[in-house]
Write a protein that binds this ligand. Structure first.
Ligand code: HEC
Ligand code: HEC
Ligand code: HEC
Ligand code: HEC
Ligand code: HEC
Ligand code: HEC
Ligand code: HEC
Length: 357
């Protein structure tokens, strides 16, 4: 260690420890001497402060363990390796867009021309995080003069995937879509409204009635590594959309367990294809008559997150679905959760003006 950095460390410990070390309610993983015997220096020797330290410093320990990294750790224990997932096709752009994070920035972004980014330190506050409080220390949305403290996964994601002024044009505001005020939504912020989601596989349930039931899910149930043995977190996946399982979103798709495996993780394939809810599910998904190469994806009719207009997550994919011959494009429910309705639209040249089920 160089003389200068040792001096810098002493200064750090003396003057800044007050702010970093005292406000602990739980023992922060990185300040735990049982893990990192060299304390602050484990990261602050040679750290580029301006850009949140640079992701490479994190990879010293959270990449492949080697002699250099082992030297910084007690027991030279291997830690969660995130490097593999960041090498996959669909990932948070930590290494693609370096040096944009600013320790003083406030998210959600208000400047429409600010470059989009995601650094390790945007999602992890290394001074405060602990297994029981993974989001400890991350500044949430600003309310008045104060920043709220993030405690839930979705609050973290909304920092960049809700009302950000620099949201990419093809992206949607996830906070609006997942709002529990909508007619339908995947139950992330709270339990859902539909009591007869007949396809649900246990332990997933509409309402929690016994200990093992899961009626509220997280972004992490759909977004994360394709490899279940990989480190937790939405770092990267080989599946498009940074999804834990494959999900084909196009048209003329051959139905298979793989094509829609994300949905079939929680919704029983045999129930969907046996038309237990929508009498024409199988016809549209598996294909028939009007469909040459196969069927159409769930995505042609269902939003993945929520629908501000309809029940059953109905939102038509405008890439394939257009107005009916009388210029209407809508879903009308006939009775609440009664499995009857009508559709006004045109798809594959078939006019639904309307078609009723
Ligand atoms: C696991 C790595 C790690 C350890 C250990 C660590 N820091 Fe940091 N520290 C960082 C990173 C990364 C940043 C930049 C954060 C940002 O820009 O958002 C930072 C920033 C800081 C800052 C600038 C203000 C701030 O909070 O952003 C101070 C001061 C600081 N650290 C002090 C300390 C002290 C004192 C210790 C030891 C008690 C310590 N750090 C231990 C990674 C670490
Ligand atoms: C000097 C080694 C070292 C460095 C550098 C380091 N970490 Fe860690 N980190 C550890 C150890 C040790 C653990 C605890 C063992 C584990 O969870 O695998 C840990 C745990 C974590 C955890 C899991 C927390 C928990 O307890 O569940 C996260 C998240 C994390 N680190 C993020 C980061 C980020 C982001 C950086 C860079 C700013 C970073 N780490 C830098 C050693 C390091
Ligand atoms: C600091 C900002 C930031 C935070 C916080 C954040 N993201 Fe992202 N996310 C991005 C950026 C930047 C991209 C690249 C595309 C874009 O600009 O939207 C992205 C892309 C994605 C994608 C699309 C990947 C693809 O291949 O299409 C998913 C899915 C995603 N994030 C999920 C999440 C989830 C889940 C969380 C919360 C655990 C989260 N993000 C938190 C900035 C962020
Ligand atoms: C039930 C599964 C599921 C849950 C839960 C879920 N997503 Fe997604 N998400 C998807 C699927 C499928 C796609 C790809 C198709 C699409 O764009 O809708 C996607 C796409 C995305 C994208 C890329 C498209 C865009 O608009 O930028 C982002 C970002 C994203 N999700 C963020 C989130 C966040 C944040 C959460 C939690 C607050 C979340 N998702 C919860 C299934 C889910
Ligand atoms: C991690 C589990 C999980 C995954 C993955 C998942 N769902 Fe769901 N889904 C649920 C739960 C739980 C509900 C029940 C919500 C309720 O009771 O309102 C639900 C409800 C629904 C509903 C009915 C919503 C309503 O209000 O009527 C539709 C439609 C739906 N999901 C479609 C999909 C599609 C399409 C996919 C794949 C892109 C998918 N789901 C993936 C758990 C999941
Ligand atoms: C878009 C947000 C986001 C970004 C960017 C991000 N992470 Fe994570 N990471 C998460 C989330 C969410 C978790 C899961 C936290 C939990 O539930 O405990 C996680 C988990 C982890 C864990 C614990 C894994 C385990 O299985 O114990 C480590 C270590 C980690 N991240 C390191 C990093 C490093 C290093 C970087 C930068 C190279 C990084 N992360 C970038 C969101 C992010
Ligand atoms: C052609 C449009 C269309 C396609 C394609 C489609 N659905 Fe549906 N789905 C509907 C309609 C309409 C309903 C509402 C039926 C009712 O209750 O009136 C529905 C209801 C549902 C429900 C709620 C009831 C239940 O069965 O639990 C789930 C879950 C669901 N669909 C999943 C899927 C999945 C998964 C796929 C793809 C494998 C898919 N859907 C493809 C139109 C479609």
């Amino acid at each position: 260690m160089k003389q200068k950095s040792v001096y810098a460390l002493i200064v750090l410990n003396l003057f800044f420890c007050a702010s970093v070390c005292n406000s602990q309610t739980v023992i922060a993983t990185h300040l735990d001497k049982n893990y990192l015997p060299y304390g602050c220096g484990s990261c602050h020797v040679g750290l580029e402060f301006k850009y949140g330290g640079g992701a490479n410093r994190c990879l010293l320990c959270h990449g492949k363990l080697n002699k250099a990294s082992a030297a910084w750790m007690k027991n030279k224990q291997p830690v969660a390796d995130v490097s593999k997932d960041f090498g996959k096709n669909y990932r948070h752009p930590v290494f693609d867009k370096k040096g944009i994070h600013d320790g003083k920035e406030v998210l959600p972004e208000v400047n429409p021309s600010a470059p989009r980014h995601a650094d390790c330190v945007d999602c992890h506050n290394t001074h405060f995080l602990a297994p029981s409080a993974p989001f400890n220390g991350i500044k949430g949305k600003r309310v008045g003069n104060f920043n709220t403290q993030i405690t839930k996964e979705y609050e973290l994601c909304y920092l960049c995937h809700s009302e950000s002024a620099n949201l990419p044009v093809r992206s949607t505001n996830k906070k609006i879509e997942l709002s529990t005020n909508n007619p339908s939504f995947h139950p992330v912020e709270g339990e859902g409204k539909n009591f007869s989601v007949v396809s649900l596989l246990r332990p997933y349930r509409e309402k929690k009635s016994s200990a093992g039931d899961i009626s509220v899910i997280g972004c992490k149930d759909c977004h994360g590594s394709d490899d279940p043995s990989s480190a937790r977190g939405p770092h990267g996946s080989k599946y498009q959309g940074l999804l834990v399982e494959n999900y084909a979103t196009g048209d003329n798709i051959l139905e298979s367990t793989f094509s829609y495996s994300l949905c079939y993780k929680c919704h029983k394939r045999s129930s969907i294809l046996a038309n237990e809810s929508f009498p024409s599910h199988s016809r549209h998904i598996a294909g028939e008559r009007n469909f040459k190469g196969g069927g159409t994806s769930c995505y042609t009719c269902h939003s993945s997150h929520g629908s501000v207009e309809n029940r059953y997550l109905i939102r038509f994919n405008r890439e394939y679905v257009t107005e009916s011959s009388t210029g209407k494009l809508k879903f009308v429910e006939k009775g609440t959760y009664a499995f009857h309705g009508e559709c006004w639209l045109s798809c594959h040249g078939v006019d639904h003006n309307p078609k009723t089920y």
